[in-house]
Design a protein around this ligand. Structure first.
Ligand SMILES: [Zn+2]
Length: 100
């Protein structure tokens, strides 16, 4: 445990659902009829690595530096959640796990 080096990182995952929903009527142009939203937990978020907006999810993980293996189960959030927000909870969870 003394030589344990931990790093935290996250990545964005795009959903294939549309943030505008899917049309269920047969109107040709734009209309105000109800639409189906098939992925209601997905959110818009900024992918700072690829420098683009992503509609979907964020996966956040703590890994052991040498092996790059996850220390605890990664957390799934909406893409609008910053790594720093989840990081605090991941660190707290890892300490709880390591100290029993
Ligand atoms: Zn319509």
């Amino acid at each position: 445990m003394k030589n344990l080096s931990v790093a935290g990182d996250g990545t964005k995952i795009k959903t294939f659902a549309s943030s505008y929903g899917k049309k269920i009527c047969s109107c040709e142009g734009p209309c105000n009829h109800p639409r189906i939203f098939s992925d209601r937990d997905a959110r818009w978020g900024w992918d700072s690595f690829h420098e683009r907006w992503v509609y979907g999810y964020g996966i956040h993980a703590l890994v052991e530096v040498k092996s790059e293996l996850p220390l605890i189960l990664p957390k799934l959030t909406g893409a609008n959640t910053h790594d720093g927000v989840v990081g605090v909870n991941l660190i707290r969870e890892a300490i709880r796990w390591a100290t029993g």
